[in-house]
Design a protein around this ligand. Structure first.
Ligand code: SAH
Length: 222
């Protein structure tokens, strides 16, 4: 099979099943999350040049110097959010839109913010193709959140911040969960789960991770 066909033909189906088994072995037990991964065609989100690696468990380059996250990380972050289908979710860092599409299968509505216009346009086309009518997009600086739509039941950030952005904490429902990568030292990041409580937040460290940085402002070059 040519690399261009991988992930789109029979070989892709087989690799998709292998990936699901791998994710289960790695501790992804939430059947709703596994079903969403099975349903969303990752091939649609991966650049043609990397088609042969669609179902490899690794991050891959996308436009604007960004990355589509590794399937395990997408599954793990989604599982860590403890979603139900009644929830309103805010996502920072749309990128390819793959994580967004997974969330859209599990939540009531997903609000997603990206700072690159080009990435957002391409992701919007994919949401249309997949008829994901519960995704709302915005070009903007995600660190500021989406105050007009707050509060959110869940917030997920897919770019690494230096700390937990206070604007996002303020837009989280009391009892709500936020999952985000935090840079704890230069070149060192960890995935954290935050729960907003009546008088502040609780923090839990989940995993060491490697994400592109959360950058201030809308991108000027794309
Ligand atoms: N979930 C995406 C990950 C993309 S990488 C996927 O799997 O495809 C992280 C994304 O966050 C990049 O597209 C980057 O442009 C975006 N980003 C970084 N800082 C941002 C900010 N302040 N506001 C919105 N998006 C941001």
């Amino acid at each position: 099979m040519s690399p261009a066909r991988a992930g789109r033909g029979d070989g892709g189906d087989k690799r998709g099943i292998q990936l699901l088994m791998h994710l289960r072995n790695q501790g992804i037990r939430d059947t709703n999350v596994l079903e969403a991964i099975e349903t969303v065609p990752r091939a649609l989100f991966v650049p043609e040049a990397f088609a042969d690696q669609t179902y490899a468990d690794q991050a891959l380059p996308i436009a604007c110097g960004q990355t589509i996250s590794q399937p395990f990380i997408v599954a793990f972050m989604t599982q860590s959010l403890r979603l139900t289908d009644r929830m309103k979710v805010l996502e920072i860092g749309t990128g390819s839109g793959y994580q967004t599409a997974i969330l859209a299968h599990l939540a009531r509505r997903v609000y997603t913010i990206e700072r690159y216009r080009q990435l957002l346009r391409e992701a919007e086309k994919r949401f249309k193709t997949l008829k994901l009518n519960n995704v709302v997009t915005m070009l903007g600086d995600g660190a500021k959140g989406w105050p007009a739509q707050a509060p959110f039941d869940r917030i997920i950030v897919t770019a690494a911040a230096r700390g937990v952005p206070q604007d996002l904490v303020d837009q989280l429902q009391i009892g709500g969960i936020m999952v985000l990568p935090v840079e704890i030292a230069p070149g060192e990041q960890e995935l954290q789960r935050i729960v907003r409580t009546d008088d502040g937040i609780t923090r839990e460290t989940l995993l060491p991770v490697r994400f592109v940085p959360l950058v201030e402002g809308v991108a000027k070059d794309g």
